[in-house]
Design a protein around this ligand. Structure first.
Ligand code: SF4
Length: 103
């Protein structure tokens, strides 16, 4: 997860092509369990596949399972369409499934 965040209460403008501006409160990240963890735990290397990818995801998810802001993190990833990495204990494929199931 990125350690970069906009100032509290700021409005993030949508990139060109998105249908509406994103209003985001990132203050939940202040309580993230992964603040001091190498982001590589949450994001696959380009060539990572199979068991290695699965093992990394299991480790990342186990940390997310202890995180007090896991729900906010997962919801953020679904709302903004994060297509890469583990957010809120979910992989990109799992978020796709959740987004499809909830329409
Ligand atoms: S849920 Fe996981 S990825 Fe999200 S902030 Fe917490 S530890 Fe980090």
């Amino acid at each position: 997860m990125s350690t970069r965040k906009p100032p509290a209460g700021s409005v993030t403008k949508a990139p060109p092509g998105l249908p509406y501006p994103l209003l985001e409160n990132w203050s939940w990240q202040d309580d993230a369990a992964c603040q001091d963890v190498n982001p590589e735990l949450f994001f696959p290397a380009e060539a990572e596949r199979g068991l290695r990818k699965h093992a990394r995801e299991v480790l990342a998810k186990s940390l997310c399972g202890t995180c007090p802001v896991s729900r906010q993190c997962r919801d953020h990833a679904i709302v903004v369409g994060e297509t890469y990495g583990v957010w809120g204990g979910t992989t990109e494929d799992e978020r796709d499934h959740l987004a499809t199931a909830t329409g």
